[in-house]
Design a protein around this ligand. Structure first.
Ligand code: 3PG
Ligand code: MG
Length: 379
């Protein structure tokens, strides 16, 4: 993969794809971590004499133009962080581009052909500069016109964020300090099968949490009550249990509620059997203590997916305990993006981990060993 060390940008206009897919509430950015994460690359490009930066980014999953998913608040926030005016272009057309050192094109998903990797749209993007830099790790698993098509048309390289993400995440699998502990949670086991298979090969221990524990529980013959339990996940869970008996650890207790509601009646259950009329919404105290102990002794930790419904206060303790243990672990700690990144940020521990990935799906696909179209095209 080519990096900024291999690309001459002096005196050139740079088209840069960034992942500014930030959470918004009422038009306000609630977490600008992804914007912050791209700053080193953008600053380096400017320091190295790029004449102008033309930024491509997506926001949400609009079908056509949608004013609620305009990049306007993002352009404004970036302008504040870089201390420059960031003009927003409605269309990716070179002759209609506003002036300025840093220009952002509107949400690329407003344009026909973006998600189909349409070569005509990629050509319009390519017309906006002389070289291409991709720093959008979070979107690197998408073969879209702004992540893939445009990269085939201009000399290109990975930005520093993309480079660090790839190096850190592939480093975990290639040469980890041992023991290597993977903590995998979240709602759906079918989303995580690939990554569980990858860790079965290299990890020393895999700790399971979140609602994806229930297909495992059911595969072992436990009752799951009205817990979220993905039917399609039961067979794969059975196979993973067969193949990984020596590495996989399941919760030994759960916290259940009557309903998915912070005000619901709760019950601590020893073991994995959830009675009728109850749903398991967090791992229990004994599980949290056990997982924290395993994490404390790890040389390398990878964490993806919460242990429970941490957005509801009565069911946040398991995820909080894991987040704290990961923060306290003296080894290398890497947190996959998405919900676990949101959790660690909410608990105020984001700066206590070695690497907080900006990619959810992209990080998982990379660890699964799948080629990332946005990265492959840069080599
Ligand atoms: C993300 O938030 O996961 C990335 O920005 C990619 O977004 P997407 O899943 O809509 O492609
Ligand atoms: Mg996603």
């Amino acid at each position: 993969m080519r990096t900024l060390d291999d690309l001459d940008v002096a005196g050139k206009a740079v088209v840069a794809r960034v992942d500014f897919n930030v959470p918004l509430r009422d038009g306000q950015i609630t977490d600008d971590a992804r914007i912050q994460a791209a700053l080193p690359t953008l600053r380096e490009l400017r320091e190295k004499g790029a004449t102008r930066l033309v930024l491509l980014a997506h926001l949400g999953r609009p079908k056509g133009r949608d004013p609620e998913l305009s990049l306007e608040p993002v352009a404004k926030r970036l302008g504040e962080l870089l201390d420059v005016d960031v003009a927003l272009a409605d269309e990716p057309d070179a002759d209609a581009l506003p002036t300025g050192d840093v220009v952002m094109v509107e949400n690329v998903r407003f344009f026909d052909g973006e998600t189909d990797d349409d070569p005509a749209l990629a050509t319009r993007y390519a017309s906006l500069g002389e070289v291409f830099v991709n720093d959008a790790f979070g979107a690197a698993h998408r073969a879209h016109a702004s992540t893939h098509g445009v990269a085939r048309l201009l000399p290109g390289a990975a930005g520093r964020l993309l480079q660090r993400e790839i190096e850190t995440l592939t480093g975990i699998l290639a040469d980890p300090e041992r023991p290597l502990v993977a903590i995998v949670g979240g709602a759906k086991v079918t989303d995580k099968i690939g990554v569980l298979d990858a860790f079965l090969e290299v990890a020393d221990t895999i700790l399971i949490g979140g609602a994806m524990m229930f297909p495992f529980a059911k595969a072992q013959g436990h009752e799951v009550g009205s817990s979220l339990c993905e039917e399609d996940g039961i067979e794969p869970a059975k196979r993973l249990l067969d193949e990984g008996a020596d590495k996989l650890e399941l919760p030994v207790d759960v916290v259940a509620g009557r309903a998915f509601d912070a005000a619901t009646e709760t019950q601590a259950i020893d073991g994995l059997d959830v009675p009728d009329g109850w749903m398991g919404l967090d791992v229990g105290e004994r599980t949290a203590a056990r997982y924290a102990e395993v994490i404390a002794g790890a040389g390398t930790v990878f964490w993806n997916g919460p242990m429970g419904a941490f957005e509801l206060a009565p069911f946040a303790a398991g995820t909080r305990a894991v987040a704290q243990a990961v923060a306290d672990c003296p080894g290398t700690t890497v947190v996959g993006g998405g919900d676990s990144a949101a959790a660690i940020a909410e608990f105020g521990l984001a700066d206590r981990v070695t690497h907080l990935s900006t990619g959810g799906g992209a990080a998982l696909e990379l660890l699964e060993g799948k080629p990332l179209p946005g990265v492959e095209v840069l080599s």
